[in-house]
Design a protein around this ligand. Sequence first.
Ligand SMILES: [Zn+2]
Length: 177
Amino acid sequence: MVTAAALRCPAPTTAATTTPTTTPTTTPTIDGAAVRDLLRSVHDPEIPTISIVDLGIVESVAITNDGIEIELLPTFVGCPALDIIRGAVLEALVPLGRPTTVEFTWRVPWTSSRISPLGRERLAASGFAPPAEPADVRCPYCASARVAMDSAFGPTQCRSLFYCRDCRQPFEAFKPV
Ligand SMILES: [Zn+2]
């Protein structure tokens, strides 16, 4: 609740609880871990169950005098989600109060081996097979290799539909890059 007293106060020009020892514009120190923590709230719209951190697409986090520079790896070339992810990353880092740039880099290829163990668990729990060559796709429900591709054209260009011959579950597999 805003009190009348608060309304009469002029806006403070420096933070009241900290005493900056360098320049008055310096905000509290942030590190890569804090940035990555915030990035855990950002999800690939194609894979809403795991964060972009667990998906392994956060290639680098750099904190410079100019702000925060994030490098992401596109998981699926041609997926329309990149701009959405970029926007979500920028939004997630707003609380840090630093200028932030988000770049996609193709310098390092993203591979499914970058998905964290937690990410793999969550993918499987949601009925998604992690990206693999069609011959290597396993059923996320029963781990059977007796799977058949139903259609190379899944709900999006990033996914394929499969069918498990053992547990008879249909599931989606992410196409490898
Ligand atoms: Zn199965």
